[in-house]
Ligand binder design. Structure first.
Ligand code: BMP
Length: 271
């Protein structure tokens, strides 16, 4: 499956967010997602406008923005239209179905109203998909399950990962893929050509191996070519610590990661 082009995989999905993301990657020729983990509205929008031409997806942690308001969402949506990218709120829902449905649709952020994609930990069991799906599926949204994590010592391994994949298989209309470190957990069934999941991978860097809090980085080539992942998620590798943002350096780094990710993908489908 991972040897098929993004464009060829569009028709293997029924979910509109998955279709839109695969078409966009094919059209724009990028598999780069920038994770914009800064705390002011101004920096957030500045970085997104700078990286917009090079990304397929912008990943947000909307709850870290100090001066969040509805205008930020309006501007984010304008940038999404201007630069042609989708929006992924990295909310990591992890509660019972009834609670996550409320967290997804209500409160200050009303995530379901603007995020094309969000994600959840599978730890509560299938009820979390039912809860989020009751809100997101009618809106054409897509869900990613965290079947693995990038950090040292994380518990999402072995049977846990396999169970996450099974939960996704039971809910393919809404679960479009995984946050994972490789395609390995899917291999057996993906031989059956009707199954296709997206693998989005954080913990991607080119100049450092990690941080002081357990993050571990792999290169775009390693995750896309060797491990068969589809989208590289890069944060600090592009904008540093988020203070004193140097726009031209942000743009240079975004183009660098884009090129590395795309070349690894071309080599993979050529394979
Ligand atoms: P950075 O490239 O700056 O290390 O940022 C990585 C981003 O990906 C963060 O927003 C983090 O929340 C997210 N992430 C991760 O690093 N590892 C995971 O396993 C799952 C994540 O969502």
């Amino acid at each position: 499956m991972s040897r098929l082009s993004y464009g060829h995989r569009v028709e293997l999905h029924s979910n509109s967010a998955a279709k839109a993301l695969l078409s966009l990657m094919e059209r724009k020729k990028t598999n780069l997602c920038v994770s914009v983990d800064v705390t002011s509205k101004a920096s957030f929008l500045t970085i997104i406008d700078a990286v917009g031409p090079d990304v397929c997806l912008v990943k947000t942690h909307i709850d870290i923005i100090e001066d969040f308001d509805q205008d930020l969402i309006t501007k984010l949506q304008e940038l999404s239209a201007k630069h042609d990218f989708l929006i992924f709120e990295d909310r990591k829902f992890a509660d019972i179905g009834n609670t996550v449905a409320l967290q997804y649709s209500q409160g200050v952020h009303k995530i379901a109203s603007w995020a094309h994609i969000t994600n959840a930990h599978p730890v509560p069991g299938p009820g979390i998909i039912a809860g989020l799906g009751s809100v997101g599926h009618p809106l054409g949204r897509g869900l990613l399950l965290l079947s693995e994590m990038s950090t040292k010592g994380n518990l999402a391994t072995g049977l846990y990962t396999e169970s996450a994949v099974e939960m996704a298989r039971q809910n393919r209309d809404f679960v479009i893929g995984f946050i994972a470190m490789s395609r390995d957990s899917l291999h057996q069934k993906e031989k059956d050509d009707s199954e296709d999941f997206l693998i989005l991978t954080p913990g991607v860097g080119l100049d450092t191996y990690g941080d002081t809090m357990g993050q571990q980085y792999k290169t775009p080539y390693e995750v896309v070519f060797n491990r068969g992942c589809d989208v590289i998620i890069v944060g600090r590798g592009i904008y540093g610590d988020g203070k004193n943002i140097d726009i031209s350096s942000v743009q240079t780094q975004a183009k660098r990661f884009r090129q590395e990710g795309w070349n690894a993908y071309l080599k993979r489908i050529d394979g």
